[in-house]
Design a protein around this ligand. Structure first.
Ligand SMILES: O=C[C@H](O)COP(=O)(O)O
Length: 251
């Protein structure tokens, strides 16, 4: 049985003060049980969130990492640094990092391995462009991203990780994939994991959908058998919306 996960991705939003205020508000709400809650925030917000959520089940994660452990890499943050802060998750391979910062499949693989090695869980993002969807190449594109991201990762580790399917055309556009399309792609990713490993690993790995998920759409999305949760951008920025997402996923 896979525990549903609602992971917020704040992207480049929320100052330290705003992050603290969000946490205080969220802690006043009764989050429904049975759903894992995680917030992936900008690096500077992580200590305050880790502190505020310390005595709770709410997990905190980063949105990026560098794959080396330490050294002359000005401006970068390593996986052991994040682990020491109490991070559980690190997003790797988000399409914004691939598109805007030139991250390759190889970078995503190295980052995901560094995250696992440090004792955290990567949320590995994959997804196709609108052009790839329209030309029918999307399944092959996503399968290729999954294969590249998982290279050299053991079956034990692979079973515990999280993959987020985020069609690029649905991110921040209000144009969400239908729940059936999301389910079909999550199933296709699971079968790719089974090809690379085995059925047991494929049954354990959690696969999220991301792309314009809102409180109004979460329940329908979560009714699908291969969708194990959501990676949520815009709708994770307000405590009341985030609380509603958790409630919707708990139905
Ligand atoms: O990581 C989250 C995704 O990019 C989705 O963002 P969005 O919910 O604002 O469309």
């Amino acid at each position: 049985m896979r525990t549903p996960l609602i992971a917020g991705n704040w992207k480049m939003n929320m100052t330290v003060q705003q992050a603290g205020a969000f946490a205080d508000e969220l802690l006043k709400n009764n989050l429904k049980e049975g759903v894992e809650a995680a917030i992936c925030a900008p690096f500077i917000d992580l200590p305050v969130l880790a502190g505020k959520f310390k005595e709770t089940d709410i997990k905190v994660g980063a949105q990026n990492v560098y794959f080396e452990k330490s050294g002359a890499f000005t401006g970068e943050i390593s996986a052991p640094m994040l682990r020491e802060l109490g991070m559980h998750y690190v997003i790797t391979g988000h399409s914004e990092r691939r598109e805007l910062f030139g991250e390759t499949d190889n970078d995503v693989n190295k980052k995901s391995r560094a995250v696992l090695e440090a004792g955290m869980t990567p949320i590995i993002c994959v997804g196709e462009t609108e052009e790839e969807r329209e030309s029918g190449q999307y399944t092959a594109k996503v399968a290729g991203q999954v294969t590249a991201a998982l290279e050299g990762i053991s079956p034990e580790s692979a079973g515990g990780l999280v993959i987020a399917y985020e069609p690029i055309w649905a991110i921040g556009t209000g144009k969400s994939a239908t729940s059936d399309d999301a389910d079909a792609m999550c199933r296709s990713i699971r079968s790719e994991v089974e090809k690379l490993y085995d059925k047991n690993t494929a049954d354990r790995v959690r696969i999220l959908y991301g792309g314009s998920v809102k409180p109004a759409t979460i329940e329908e999305l979560m009714s699908k058998s291969d969708v194990d949760g959501a990676l949520v951008g815009g709708a994770s920025l307000k405590p009341e919306d985030y609380t509603a997402l958790i409630a919707g996923a708990a139905q």
